[in-house]
Design a protein. Structure first.
Lengths: 198, 344, 882
């Protein structure tokens, strides 16, 4: 049995087969710079997108070009966001901001809990979400009353409140803006504006 | 087989990949780069490369500075008081004075000198070749700006942008000097660091003729562009090339990219852009040609690229020869000494 | 992409819209010429064929010069102009131009700062009753005309001269109006050397004809001016004269800056609009008929006439079964506006103690709105503030770390504002549509459930409505009836809070209701053509009707562009009715034939008896080119076969706007509110109708002929960087973006650096009468001085993304700007002001206020400074009590 034959017989059945020196001696990569040097971890390496449970079709949240995104989800976590090559607008490309979408969505800067600053307080405190909603609803009703205007000086119908105002919408969905405008209008609140004015 | 320099048709085969896909790479056409840096961000997002410092460098819009362990893509910005053939003079007829570029370069220079490594990590060099000496800027001028309409007023201007990356050389200095096998040639012909094998010795850092590879500060391991080795495994293009809005970064089979680059170069030359040139395209260069090569609009030095890179191992055979001569000489000397002593 | 020449002006497209810019680069690669006209040499200029410098705030002078060049050299697309525009219409004998009145049009009233517009009408038409410019100015009426065009009574009866020779025809009026916009004048006003200006003229005109088209691209570099609407009018006039509207490769492209800013205008969170650009009722609208009459002030032609069907269908969606013919479909439940309720007015009302509560939803006014100090002082004087955002932004923390804390103007222990900071769901944690900049709705599917307290705005609005309705339940008060009768029965789906009372509302159901239903059958409507005014249809936004045609969410379609035609009709859905190119009837000649084979888009197919083409024809499908309607026809039936501009009351594009604008029927160069120079064109310095807020907390820098302008000798402009997003709330918090542009800097030319002793990378502060902002100096050849009216003028530029929180921080650049607005649309002038630049860091704390007192005194600034908007009569427009 020559050395080579011996190496071959154990190489097939033992971890020695993955020993680079072994592969270097037996394979075509005599200088040990390619196949022989490849660690097991790097053999058949696949991208994390390949193991996603699902891919959601989305749209970049930054500017108004409307680049299509693919959102890769594994174990209910977003693991990658990149351009969708099918889009006739963007053809899969993204600018630096769009390319940072993963960090935008999953980064530690994201707020996770309601923060509350009481009048005259110098620090935030925590507040339960549903309790916050109830508190806000109370305040909305009161502000609406306080700013109510039935008629103007000439007796013309105003039927409105100037007690509460809103700003925002250019980053929201159409459906969200629709409900906000509808709700504000029904409450008689008129000072609702967004970035389109700015 | 197993050559260390010169042209090489089958890099992956040479590295022992018996059946392998065609060699792939990047062709970066800097003439359409808009300097958006999407490549830098897409690369970092995909490869989870850490943030690399929050310093305003003053090198035009470049705040990355150079390629390194935490910057695998780097967009260089070069402001020059000259113009490309197809562009009209930007400031003709305006009441301009002399260019401020030498002065801004003068202000940036000390910072660059303080950089941890000299040479290639300059990233972008805002100094135009042959430009005037830096002047002190900070004293109000004696002439009113509108007065300066003579020969020294600036009319021409251009702003070059180029996304730099690891060249994935045909003969990769980093790989050749790596003692642990952490660096290896993939079946795609690219060069990748295997973090599980890297011991942080740093030989590769000095082995790279472009100053690309670097050690990460927190663990000392070498890092650089992998050409998204994992994505290639699934038939995806690397993150930077996919994101690039204007297709300045093109990914593909190297042979095809070289043809595409030749066509683009001819097109630009036809348009009169005679300064356009390819960099890293030539298999006869000092690294056997780059897997990632470029179309530039000026000398490579202007972009912070070495004009004539060569792999350290190119000199290895002659070095061995010299070492052999030295050893022989030593032996001879020893023998001579022995003989001399024996005569005694 | 189909363009032969692309002119980018008022936009830094490569930096602000990089992915959209791929199409410009592709066109350039195929031989199109790209021209960038901008105060700064930007990354867009770097790859353009031609960069043309211009002074910020002088674009109308430039465009007026190009218009003059076109008219003087007979380079207009005459067949197109004669057939499709109002060039042949005669203007009233009473009309007087800026040529006659030194920069004013006829009808100006210096006391109100507004025009009586009766004299601007066509010969033979009646101005609408109650056409009071000063009233219209109070609530931004022109904005209300959004999608449907402004009305002109009997426009189809107007006198016309098809030869375009009559001295009072629009074509000749236009010629006279722009006669003084010569290349020499352009150079004097804009600082653009004549040769470069003429080069642009030649490129634009040689690339605009039957075979060639030029596209015009603008962004907020045009809108954020006190003459902003007229900038766009000037661009539109030029493109109409050259036949570049409704044709492939032509057009005027407004590049908008936020994911759904187009959507938030279409479905407005804006005070003076209801969905689909329907006017918010005002005090004069005693009932639905009165409102309707006002909307039809004249137009009997085109789709704008069907406004009754749109409004009634909206009311049916709002109030459901409670909206009946008997109660005017609930019209009286709508609140009435009677003046300015815009965001800046509201902020001043906060300071004045008139507002109790404020919702800020995905916006960061403490940084992103003009006059940041005013914004923050307003918020510090509220009862409560609700901020909903992804991250902790400056608007939420004004009580803790705003610059006014340092100056002592806000003391946390004495600031009563209660603040709720609520985490919002991100774009991948909810589903819904964004409308992008070319009117395309694209649906996003939900990738993951939001964690913790993160919720969608849909959830927030829905539950806030539910809770308020609970609190008002049983009320018999009239004011509570709209809330109690509100159709708030949206479908829900299990969300983060499960299926209980905090369930997630269904965005899909909301979109269906926006699309609208036939209430007699319960079917989703195929498009807006089926809307009725009798209460038998409901529709939340008429222009979006069709987005759910055939029961399919059309916005969710994602057929690859590689598998469909050039107009990609099966990707998303574009309003109206999935048309990509608006007014594309104009791509064919009056007989319905394409102007050229190369620019073919939509044409008349005589065999089919229908319009056909690559895009969906924007015209009544079966109306032949030669059709002439009967005299008594109304609405779409009144359109002639050669009336491509189907939303206009006369079917024609308006070179001259007899109605609809408050500051003139034609664009006129006025100097910005703050300018270092006297207007070289007219005695009238600035826009005589601009909206000023003369208050001590909103000072203006003086502009000639007022004294003191030399204290602020430089032109200031601000804009975006590619690497950050607007007020930074979505970028300064991210390491990968922050490292790319880590600090606030100010760009100056080498000449200005020498003049002011500024050193590269050193500190400097930019000073206006509002604030001083510190920034690192970047000396660059990209900035160049201009020669304006014989003197050298420097411009300085800063990116406006920075604030005090986030990974990278800096002073708020918007603090430098005051509030002065375009009277048509109430958009503030934040693209140009005047300033000084001084070396070194700015003073801090109370010393900052002292510095500002000092510069205001040096410039002689009082509350009246800048408020004399009519230069000659000089009436100050200040607020009561100021």
């Amino acid at each position: 049995m020559g050395v080579r034959t011996w190496l071959g017989s154990i190489g097939a059945s033992t971890p020695l087969g993955s020993w680079p020196v072994y592969r270097q001696l037996t394979g075509a990569d005599r200088l040990g710079r390619g196949a022989a040097a490849q660690s097991p971890r790097h053999v058949g390496l696949r991208p994390r997108t390949a193991s996603a449970d699902r891919v959601a079709g989305s749209v970049c949240p930054f500017c108004a070009v409307g680049c299509a995104q693919k959102v890769y989800v594994r174990d209910e976590e977003v693991v990658q966001i990149e351009g969708d090559p099918d889009s006739p607008i963007s053809r899969g490309r993204l600018c630096p901001k769009g390319s940072a979408s993963l960090q935008l969505v999953t980064g530690p800067q994201r707020l996770d809990k309601v923060r509350y600053r009481a009048p005259y307080a110098t620090e935030w405190t925590e507040l339960d979400l549903h309790e916050a909603m109830e508190m806000i609803a109370d305040r909305v009703v009161a502000a609406r009353e306080r700013g109510w205007q039935e008629r103007d000086a000439q007796g013309r119908r105003l039927n409105r409140t100037v007690g509460l105002a809103a700003l925002g919408g250019a980053t929201l969905d159409n459906e969200e803006n629709y409900l906000l405008k509808k709700l504000f209008t029904a409450m008689g609140a008129i000072q609702i504006e967004n970035q389109a004015r700015i | 087989m197993n050559r260390l320099y010169g042209p090489l048709d089958d890099v992956a085969g040479d590295a022992g990949h018996v059946e392998h896909p065609p060699r792939v790479g990047f062709f970066t056409d800097t003439s359409v780069c808009i300097g958006c840096k999407a490549c830098e961000v897409a690369c970092k997002e995909w490869n989870a490369v850490p943030e690399d410092g929050l310093d305003l460098l003053g090198m035009s819009f470049d705040n990355t500075g150079m390629l390194g362990a935490d910057s695998w893509r780097h967009v260089a910005f070069v402001e020059q008081p000259r113009r490309t053939a197809h562009q009209d003079p930007a400031f003709a007829g305006l009441p301009t004075g002399p260019s401020g570029i030498p002065e801004t370069a003068g202000a940036v220079e000390p910072r660059l000198e303080a950089a941890p490594r000299g040479g290639s990590e300059l990233g972008t060099n805002p100094l135009p070749p042959g430009g005037p000496e830096p002047q002190e800027l900070g004293m109000p001028g004696f002439s009113r700006p509108g007065d300066l309409t003579g020969p020294e007023s600036r009319t021409d201007f251009r702003w070059l942008m180029a996304s730099d990356v690891c060249k994935h050389c045909t003969h990769a200095g980093c790989l050749d000097v790596c003692p642990t096998g952490a660096l290896f040639r993939t079946e795609f012909g690219t060069v990748v660091v295997q973090q599980d094998l890297c011991n942080g010795c740093g030989y590769c850092v000095s082995g790279c003729p472009y100053g690309v590879i670097d050690r990460r500060q927190h663990d000392g391991r070498a890092n650089k562009c992998t050409l998204c080795y994992d994505r290639l495994g699934d038939g995806l293009e690397p993150a930077c090339a996919k994101a690039c809005p204007t297709d300045s970064i093109q990914f593909g089979e190297l042979d095809e990219l070289r043809e595409r680059a030749d066509r683009r170069l001819a097109q630009l030359h036809d348009l009169g852009v005679s300064e356009a040139r390819l960099y890293g395209r030539d298999p006869d260069d000092g690294v056997g040609g780059d897997g990632a090569f470029f179309l530039l609009l000026d000398e490579p030095e202007v972009y912070g690229l070495p004009p004539d890179p060569h792999v350290p191992t190119r000199d290895a055979p002659s070095m061995w020869k010299r070492a052999g001569q030295a050893a022989a000489a030593f032996l001879l000397a020893g023998a001579a000494a022995f003989l001399a002593g024996g005569r005694r | 992409m189909n363009s032969d020449c692309i002119v980018i002006m008022g936009s830094n497209m490569a930096e602000a819209h990089p992915v959209g810019f791929q199409w410009v680069m592709e066109a350039k690669g195929r031989g199109a010429r790209v021209i960038h006209i901008d105060p700064r040499f930007t990354r867009t200029s770097a790859v353009a064929d031609t960069y043309v410098p211009i002074r910020a705030g002088s674009d109308i002078a430039f465009l007026g010069g190009v218009i003059r060049y076109v008219l003087d050299n007979d380079l207009d697309f005459r067949e197109y102009v004669a057939a499709y525009t109002n060039a042949s219409f005669l203007v009233s004998e009473d009309f007087a131009d800026t040529e006659d009145l030194d920069g004013l049009f006829s009808g100006y009233d210096p006391r109100t700062g507004a025009y009586e517009r009766d004299s601007w009408y066509y010969e033979g038409t009646e101005p609408p009753r109650d056409d009071d410019g000063s009233r219209a100015k109070t609530f931004s009426e022109p904005f209300q005309a959004g999608a449907s065009g402004a009305g002109v009574a009997g426009a189809h009866l107007a006198e016309r001269d098809p030869t375009l020779q009559h001295p009072r025809c629009v074509f000749q009026v236009l010629k006279r109006h722009f006669a003084r916009y010569t290349p020499e004048m352009v150079e004097r006003v804009c600082g653009t050397p004549q040769e470069q200006f003429l080069d642009v003229c030649r490129a634009w005109t040689t690339n605009s004809n039957r075979d060639r088209t030029t596209a015009l691209v603008y962004s907020v570099g045009w809108t954020q001016h006190s003459v902003g609407a007229q900038y766009i009018r000037a661009g539109a006039i030029l493109q109409l004269l050259l036949g570049n509207i409704g044709r492939p490769g032509g057009g005027v492209f407004a590049l908008r800056g936020h994911a759904s800013i187009q959507g938030s205008t279409d479905i407005p969170t804006l005070f003076n609009l209801l969905p689909g650009y329907l006017a918010m009722p005002n005090v004069a609208h005693t009932d639905l008929d009165a409102w309707m009459a006002d909307q039809r002030t004249g137009g009997h032609k085109g789709y704008g006439y069907d406004v009754d069907a749109y409004m009634v269908s909206l009311l049916k969606e709002y109030f459901g079964d409670a909206a009946t013919p008997e109660n005017d479909f609930g019209f009286d439940w709508l609140p009435r506006i009677d003046g300015d309720h815009g965001t800046y007015r509201t902020v001043m009302d906060m300071i004045d103690g008139k507002v109790s509560g404020y919702f800020v939803l995905g916006q960061n006014p403490a940084v992103g709105s003009a006059h940041g100090r005013l914004q923050r002082l307003g918020m510090a004087n509220l009862d409560w503030l609700v901020v909903r955002d992804l991250n902790e932004i400056e608007t939420a923390t004004f009580w803790r770390d705003s610059p006014e804390i340092e100056t002592g103007e806000i003391v946390p222990e004495r600031c009563r504002t209660e603040v709720f900071l609520m985490p919002a769901a991100s774009h991948v944690e909810k589903e819904g549509t964004f409308t992008q900049t070319q009117r395309m709705l694209q649906w996003r599917t939900k990738a993951v459930e939001p964690s913790g307290d993160r919720r969608s705005e849909l959830w927030f609005a829905y539950h806030l409505g539910r809770l308020v309705r609970e609190r008002l339940a049983g009320s018999t008060r009239e004011r509570d009836q709209p809330m109690l009768n509100l159709a708030w029965d949206y479908a829900t789906e299990g969300g983060h809070d499960g299926t209980g009372e905090w369930v997630e509302p269904s965005a899909d159901d909301v979109l269906r209701r926006i699309n609208g239903y036939d209430l007699t059958t319960g079917d989703l409507l195929p498009d807006y053509l089926g809307l009725k005014a009798d209460g038998s249809t409901s529709c939340g936004c008429w222009i979006y009707s069709g987005v759910y045609a055939e029961g399919v969410n059309q916005a969710a379609r994602r057929k690859s562009h590689t598998e469909q035609g050039p107009y990609d009709a099966e990707w998303g859905w574009t309003w109206p009715m999935n048309r990509r190119v608006l007014y594309n009837r104009a791509s064919a000649d009056p007989e319905g034939r394409p102007w050229s084979e190369r620019k073919k888009l939509v044409w008349w197919d005589a065999d089919e008896g229908a319009w056909t083409g690559y895009d969906i024809p924007d015209f009544p499908r079966n109306t032949p080119p030669g059709h002439r309607p009967p005299e008594d026809a109304t609405g779409p039936e009144a359109l002639s076969g050669d009336d491509p501009f189907i939303m206009q009351p006369d079917g024609k594009a308006w070179l001259f706007a007899p109605h609809g604008l408050l500051d003139g029927p034609l664009p006129t160069h006025y100097e910005p509110h703050e300018s270092p120079v006297r207007n070289p064109l007219y005695g009238q310095q600035g826009n005589p109708t601009r909206k000023v807020y003369g208050r001590p907390d909103n000072p203006s820098n003086p502009a000639p002929p007022e004294a003191g302008s030399e204290v602020f000798p430089y032109v200031l402009t601000a804009a975006r960087l590619t690497e950050h997003h607007t007020a930074g709330g979505m970028s300064r918090q991210l390491p990968y973006l922050s490292e790319l542009q880590p600090a606030l800097f100010v760009e100056v030319s080498p000449e200005l650096a020498r003049e002011r002793g500024l050193t590269h990378l050193g500190d400097a502060h930019v000073v206006t009468s509002r604030s001083a902002v510190q920034a690192r100096v970047v000396v660059t050849d990209r900035m160049a001085p201009l020669r304006i009216d014989g003197r050298v003028v420097h411009q300085v530029w800063l990116p406006y993304h920075f604030g005090h929180t986030g990974l990278v921080s800096g002073d708020v650049v918007n603090d430098l700007f005051g509030v002065v607005e375009d009277s048509n649309v109430f958009i503030q002038e934040s693209k140009v002001a005047t300033c000084d630049v001084r070396p070194g860091p700015r003073p801090r704390g109370p010393a900052l206020r002292a510095l500002l007192d000092e510069v205001r005194a040096a410039a002689g600034i009082t509350v009246e400074t800048g408020t004399r908007i009519a230069t000659a009569p000089g009436v100050a427009h200040t607020e009561e009590g100021s």
